[in-house]
Design a protein around this ligand. Structure first.
Ligand SMILES: Cc1cc2nc3c(=O)[nH]c(=O)nc-3n(C[C@H](O)[C@H](O)[C@H](O)COP(=O)(O)OP(=O)(O)OC[C@H]3O[C@@H](n4cnc5c(N)ncnc54)[C@H](O)[C@@H]3O)c2cc1C
Length: 481
């Protein structure tokens, strides 16, 4: 029962990770909550993102490990040639998607959240329009409204998608077939993860990156070691500084490559399939944001640190936005954290989000992870604020656990303030980097000093000692400065 005269205390538009966490958290606070979803419950992460892609990475990672006869021979292990069934790998991902989606839907129902199927939009302050699947339209009222409509794959001009030979991650997660030769456009985390899956399953990959170097968003030192392991040592041909200006689906798929700077023709490729992994665009255009005079930034909804929607820099009452549609670190755990922060503010527990402490990971084999500032950002900050920047590197080749696994090509780079010891950022490539970064993220969120952190005891032998060594080296530098 709403305690107010509104139909709901809170309506959330979009049941992805951001909307889900917001709705659940609000219901747990006793609010009457409605959540509107036009597609499958769970949004991108559950249906077309994190969940199916990690299932594919898990299965293909096992194939890679068992097929790496040279690596296994170093342990004295000799296995028969690996056989795998593409359909069963695809079914593993599909089944996981259904299980997670059902679990999430039941969790919301149990919490008392009303699930409303259809397309949601704003109809002015505290009003939400809902067009259901039969085209029936109605207007609901709510004391507060959270927009959590997420994002879609970005497809650059000149590229035609047919969903079969030229596709985005939306289709790739279904693993409907294995092309002999696939071009992946983009070398961000989605492109890298799918290159990992495809090469493990025996496909040849050409990676096309428009910017000057592959993996342009990653730390340059991490890129060096990661590209040696994930690109150079595999069946991957990486081309950078070239733009796929035209892609025509078919058999074969034709790709026209031009020089990124001059736009001069470089070459034409003929491949079996193309995965377009060139980033994501916010889904905000059908929200009728103009009814609240909200102006987006390239489709992203502007918000403050409390998740309030901004108009001309000023927060609007009762309107909030979370997740990919806000364009801040477009990751599932960011969306979820923003969702709970929005609700905490709605119920009067004033709270802001600390984006600097949100970690990010790429689940390749081995993994890449990071948290906080890049070295470039940290250097800029040190110049502006007048402190010396400390940089230390800790290597997996000095770690007993990594050596025991015969997987010791890895690096952690830690950035910190030399005056206070505060951690500013960390970047890791190596075995279980996605798990290792969490410890640093937690310390960063507490703004802890490396001198305190260097005294914390880590289990031996574990990969976490890579982090311990970095803290100790950093603490040594503090003493010297
Ligand atoms: C291949 C891939 C792999 C990924 N892997 C990871 C990973 O490993 N870790 C990680 O943290 N992140 C990962 N991500 C990113 C993650 O999926 C997103 O950051 C996350 O899903 C964003 O959540 P959201 O709630 O903002 O939006 P979404 O999950 O996109 O959900 C928005 C929902 O709103 C609905 N909707 C939109 N408009 C309306 C409307 N008008 N009315 C009703 N409903 C509407 C949509 O149908 C959708 O269900 C991955 C993404 C991809 C594509």
């Amino acid at each position: 029962m709403s305690k107010t005269n509104f139909d709901f205390d809170l309506i959330v538009i979009g049941a992805g990770y951001g909307g889900f966490d917001a709705a659940k958290h609000a219901a747990e606070h006793g609010l009457k909550v409605g959540i509107i979803e036009s597609r499958e419950m769970g949004g991108t992460c559950v249906n077309r993102g994190c969940v199916p892609s990690k299932a594919l990475l898990a299965a293909s990672g096992k194939v890679r490990e068992m097929a790496d006869v040279d690596h296994l021979a170093l342990f004295g292990i000799h296995s028969a040639p690996v056989r795998f069934e593409r359909q069963k790998i695809a079914a593993h991902a599909n089944n996981l998607v259904s299980n997670v989606r059902n679990g999430l839907t039941k969790t919301l129902e149990r919490a008392g959240v009303v699930i409303l199927r259809g397309q949601g939009r704003l109809e002015g302050s505290q009003k939400v329009g809902l067009r259901d699947d039969n085209g029936v339209d109605r207007v609901l009222t709510a004391k507060d409204v959270i927009l959590a409509t997420g994002s879609d794959p970005f497809v650059p001009p000149g590229i035609q998608i047919d969903g079969r030979t030229v596709f985005t991650s939306d289709e790739a997660v279904k693993l409907e077939w294995l092309p002999r030769w696939i071009a992946i456009i983009g070398s961000g985390y989605i492109g890298l993860e799918f290159a990992d899956v495809y090469t493990a399953l025996g496909c040849e990959v050409t990676m096309i990156e428009a910017l000057e170097r592959v993996m342009p968003t990653f730390d340059p030192d991490i890129t060096k070691i990661a590209s040696r392991n994930l690109i150079a040592s595999r069946d991957v041909d990486a081309k950078s500084g070239v733009l796929a200006s035209k892609i025509e689906p078919g058999c074969p798929v034709k790709i026209e490559l031009v020089d990124m700077k001059t736009r001069d023709f470089v070459e034409e490729l003929e491949v079996d399939a193309v995965l377009v992994a060139t980033g994501r665009v916010p889904r905000s255009k059908d929200l009728n944001l103009q009814s609240m005079a909200v102006e987006t930034n390239r489709g992203f909804i502007p918000i403050d640190e409390s998740m309030r929607v901004l108009v001309e820099g000023q927060p609007l009452p009762h309107l909030w936005a979370v997740g990919d549609v806000t364009g801040k670190l477009m990751l599932a755990h960011t969306a979820a954290a923003q969702g709970t922060v929005a609700v905490d503010n709605i119920v009067g527990n004033t709270r802001e989000i600390d984006y600097r402490s949100i970690p990010a990971a790429t689940f390749t084999h081995p993994e890449i992870s990071s948290v906080g500032l890049s070295e470039e950002e940290a250097t800029k900050l040190s110049n502006e604020d007048g402190f010396s920047l400390g940089v230390v590197r800790s290597y997996f080749k000095a770690n007993s656990k990594a050596l025991a696994e015969l997987e010791s090509d890895g690096l952690m780079k830690l950035l910190f303030r030399k005056d206070t010891g505060e951690i500013l950022g960390a970047h890791i490539f190596g075995l279980h980097a996605a798990d290792l970064i969490q410890e640093v993220a937690n310390s960063l969120s507490r703004r802890q000093s490396v001198s305190d952190l260097s005294k914390e005891i880590h289990t031996h032998p574990t990969l976490s000692e890579v982090v311990e060594v970095a803290y100790k080296q950093a603490a040594q530098q503090l003493k010297k400065s």
